[in-house]
Structures are given as structure tokens and as C-alpha cells.
Ligand binder design. Sequence first.
Ligand code: EPU
Length: 417
Amino acid sequence: MKQIRIQGNNLLTGKISIGGAKNSAVALVPASLLSDDVVTIDNIPNISDIEALNEILQYLGAKVTRENNKMIIDSTNIVNKEIPEEVSKKLRASYYFMSALLGKYKHVEMYFPGGCSIGARPIDQTLKGFKALGAEVIEKDNKFIINAKELVGNTVKLDMPSVGATINTLLVAVKAKGKTTIENAAKEPEIVNVADFLNNMGAKVTGAGTSTITIEGVEKLGKCHIDVIPDRIEAGTYIVLGALIGKNLKIENIIPEHLENLLTKLKNMNADIEIGENYINISAKEELNPIDVQTLGYPGFPTDLQQPLVTLLTQCNGISNLEETIYENRFQNIPYLNEMGANIEINGKSIKINGPSKLVGKEVKATDLRAGACLILAGLKADGETVVTNVEHVLRGYENIIEKLTNVGAKINLEEV
Ligand code: EPU
């Protein structure tokens, strides 16, 4: 087990450079299987979710070469075999192998994916996409056996703009016969990154980033290169940190348009922020206005940033209200924040944050990835020592977090217990 120990309340100053987006990279790596040639993915983040996917790739027989942040994948000799349940359970994105293998071989057997325990997270919309394109799905003891005589393009109208179902449908449709239209598609920048990757291989995808995506199936996909886009959630987390306890903290290598909703909220709070072309400079301020926030799919306020943001809301002068509309169980960080001195009431899907509160160091637990980020931010602001346990969750999604924070003056250590 790993834990993080923090001596809090030091002003953080300097630069933090943002890595490649976790939620793009975890789709690009499985999608590479669709190519009949070698593909190169650059700006891969150094996170444990990528190691888990790399393990699956190698298990299937792909040749993977790593050079710094580059991953060169040759899957010309892979074998379409069942991925063991304990491996697919490690992360949500394992189900992108389900669609990539189905798209390539018209047959796949796989277990229900894992991922943070933040809600029910069913995969009915992914299965709806598979079925619309001609696949038959048999579900048995947590396992899916999926077969298609032929994959044929169709119109798939998603019940909600699910990121996973949009990408999974896309991965099956690129080699299906004829035209597929995904309606009510998710619009996240990570989906555009995946569509660009597939188009670089020779696919014909248009409309990614809007709610209607059209795919003309092609027979073969080839050699290509892609850069993973900067991680807007990692960037947003450190921007929030800057507003909490930064002094000219520069967050660089970002795409500010991908963070527009967070930046608007920070302006409403009257935060001290300078927005550059590919960076943001931010400093903490005594007087911050409270705000109201509702999480929504992109371009709305991202659910993945609401937990880190709550730490900052504990420092605003007055009552902030936050509604989580995407997941049913994404407030597991709140009792721990309250133990650290926050004053937050949970009421179903909403929380009311009464600020400002003085935070003090405590031992707290990272119940999931972004809850862990929230508590690390709280520890960096708090007086005294904070220990965040179960930080394996955090290492799944924040690359080199200890080094990045140490470099800007944080007193933070990773411990094995
Ligand atoms: N949903 C269904 N049925 C489905 C699919 C989704 O009911 O078949 C529901 C989910 O239960 C949820 C909502 O629709 O309430 C949105 O789910 P979505 O499918 O969009 O989420 P996801 O693809 O499972 C990805 C990210 C999450 C991020 C969400 C929303 C990956 C690997 N994960 O999850 O990232 O919160 O999109 O943006 O891309 C994180 O990074 O901390 C994280 C949880």
C-alpha cells in the first residue's frame, strides 16, 4: 500500500508542465490494434493505467517499444484471446480492447471492466452500439461473448452522451461496412484525439467534437502517428491548486480552450489568473467569491474536476453549491474534508460548502482518483501534517505527482506501508 505524507501551508511557486491526457491515452493504446501496421503514440503520460494497458497489449502478442513518452506498437501478430478478468478489472479503459478486437476480428470475449468506484457505471450504451452494428452479445457471469457475422454501419442514438460508448462505437464502426452515424455523441476533446488517430490510420471519421459523428467504414487501417493532447484534468487540478496556495504558479503545456468552464468559474470567484496561449499563471488570493457549479458533459464543467474544486470552495467567503449530475457516488471525499475542518453538507446529488474554513492536517483516505487529488490539495493548504492513504488510485491518473509538486516547493513524500 502506498501513502502520501504532506507538510502543508507552503506557498507553491514555479512551473508545472502537464502531461498527455489519461482519458485519451487509455483509448489510443487499445485503438492501435485496429491498424495492420506499426503506430506511434507520443506524449503518453507516465501513469499506472498505461502500464495496465501495456500489459494487455503484450499479453495479446503486440510488440511494444517505449522511448521516453513515446509508445511504438506493432500488433501485426496479435492473437484474439480472452483477457483475464483480474487484468480487465484493473481499469475502465480495458473495454476499449473489447471494441477494438470486435472491430478487427468480429469476435471478442471479455469481462466487465473496472475503474473508480464512483457510481454504477453500466455499459449498456456500448452494447447498444455493438448490437446496432450487427453484433450478438451473450452475457454470462460478468463475461461478454460478442460475435458478428458481419459488421454493418447503422445509426446509433445514445441515451446519454457517454464518453466510453461513443469511443467504443467509433472503434467498431471504422472497419464496418458502410456508414455509421452516432447521435447524441459525447463531445470531449479526448474523442477528437481518438478520431484524429483513426483518421491518421486511414479511417473516415467526421464530426468528432460535435454531437453527431459520422463514420464511413474502410477495409484497412495502416501506419500512423499521433500526439496525446494535454491532460485538461491534470491541468485543472494544478490550476485549482494555484488558486488555493500558489504564488505565480505557472501551469504550462495546456490548451486553455479545453478548460474554459473552469476558467470562467475562477474568474467569477475573482481569482488572480493570467491566461496565456498555452499556459496559465495563477496565485492564491485572500478574498474569493463563492460560486455555484453543476457538472455536465463537455463543454460543461467536468465531473473529474469537481472533487479538486471543492477544496478551493472551502476557502471562498460564503456558501457555494455544487451539483454532481454524472455520477451517483462522487462525494466520498467530503467526510474526510470535513474531518480536516471544512464545513460541507451533502444533500443527495448536491453539496453546500460553507466557507471559509481553516484546514488542518489529518490522516485521510483516497477512495478514488479525483477524491485523492482533492485531499492532496487540502493537505497542501492545511496547517500541519496530512497523510493520504490508498494513493494507488492517484498514481493511476497523475503522472510524477510527487516530483511535479516538490519542484514548486511542496513538502510531499510517497511512502510504501
Ligand atoms: N452511462 C450509462 N450507460 C452506459 C455508459 C454510461 O448509464 O453505457 C452513464 C454512466 O453511469 C455515467 C454517465 O453515463 O453516469 C457518463 O458516463 P461515461 O460513459 O461518459 O463515462 P466513462 O466513459 O465511463 C469517462 C472517463 C471518466 C469521466 C467520464 C465523464 C475514461 C477512462 N473515463 O468515463 O474519467 O469521469 O468519462 O467525463 O475515459 C476520471 O478520469 O477520474 C474518470 C472517472
